[in-house]
Design a protein around this ligand. Structure first.
Ligand code: C5P
Length: 327
């Protein structure tokens, strides 16, 4: 009898433990799962599909970090040591970073030209690389119909409007690829080294700059209120998460495309990829012997193109490959 009683109390204790601890934990767990399900499928914009919506591709979700800031500002100028070391090692070391920052922030806009959050609920963008596959493509109207049109380096529109359009809202460049811009265009400076920041601060304000490289422009025309400085931390994020250290660092085209993923809800991609014979040329040039981009090993064009193709396959971007006639 005593034995049965002990057994009974043991069982009671067991049920008590289940009721007090295990059931509430199970309830919390299942509740959080239910909550996470619809949350992960929550729409982040009012387009039919939104780039930053989660739950569509695991490959994308593990890479895409929506909290990272693409732009360098006074608020995030303190670059973590690992990022700084990586960035300084890209081309050359420069110890006077803080002096460059103060010079740079003097000429930078006081407000943030990349609006945080979305003032418009569905931002449609086109990014236009410089590939010769744009020749004869007739994409001009489609490109110009987007809210943002992102171009890069020495891209020209004049004389190529029917293929590449004429609208530009953002233009990516670095000192060696700099060009004058129309008013109202966001100049997005990609600093491959700290010296690029100093060069930029000076040329924008017409200050004399000691040109270490004769090919650098001594002045550029651009709206200083619309300047965006590409953040070295975002640069490293692209290198770590997207190009996964293939190539020494990502190309301007890749940096601009990932930037586009972060500021747009929908992204149409034009002008990426060599032609079908592997030629690497620009749509405004006749030269088909380019190829430098592929062979330098600085960037890995094949790996970058694979990322772009994959993004298109999972529906995060729409890729326009140009016309066969252009190849
Ligand atoms: O040649 P450039 O660097 O000015 O081109 C800008 C970007 O356009 C490149 O970084 C690359 O991503 C893309 N591009 C391309 N195929 C080409 C030329 C350029 O994908 N033939």
């Amino acid at each position: 009898m005593a034995y049965n009683c002990r057994k009974f109390y043991k069982r009671k204790k067991f049920f008590l433990v289940i009721c007090c601890f295990v059931l509430p934990l199970y309830f919390l767990y299942s509740h959080s799962l239910v909550k996470e399900g619809p949350q992960s499928l929550k729409k982040t914009c009012s387009c039919e599909t939104c780039i930053s919506d989660r739950g569509i591709s695991r490959w994308f979700d593990v890479r895409f970090n929506s909290s990272i800031q693409p732009q360098l500002t006074r608020r995030n100028e303190n670059i973590p040591q690992d990022i700084l070391l990586w960035w300084l090692g890209l081309q050359s070391r420069h110890p006077r970073l803080s002096m460059m920052y103060s010079r740079l922030f003097e000429v930078m806009p006081k407000f943030n030209p990349i609006k945080n959050g979305h003032s418009c609920n569905c931002r449609r963008c086109a990014i236009v690389g410089n590939s010769g596959n744009l020749k004869g493509s007739n994409y001009g109207q489609l490109i110009d119909s987007q809210d943002y049109v992102i171009r890069m380096n020495r891209a020209v529109t004049k004389g190529h409007e029917s293929d590449v359009g004429k609208k530009t809202t953002h233009h990516f460049m670095y000192p060696e690829s700099a060009k004058d811009l129309e008013p109202n265009v966001h100049l997005v400076l990609v600093p491959f080294k700290p010296h690029d920041l100093l060069w930029f601060a000076n040329v924008l304000t017409n200050k004399n700059f000691f040109l270490t490289h004769r090919k650098l422009k001594g002045h550029i025309t651009a709206d200083s209120n619309k300047v965006i400085i590409f953040h070295p931390g975002f640069f490293k994020y692209v290198h770590d998460e997207w190009t996964e250290h293939h190539g020494r660092y990502p190309s301007t085209g890749m940096l601009a495309l990932i930037f586009g993923l972060h500021i747009c809800d929908q992204l149409l991609v034009f002008g990426y990829g060599g032609d079908r014979n592997g030629n690497w040329h620009h749509y405004w040039e006749n030269n088909r012997l380019g190829g430098a981009f592929r062979v330098t090993g600085v960037h890995n064009a094949t790996f970058e193109m694979n990322i772009i193709t994959r993004l298109a396959e999972i529906g995060k971007i729409q890729l326009y490959r140009g016309t066969p006639a252009a190849s």
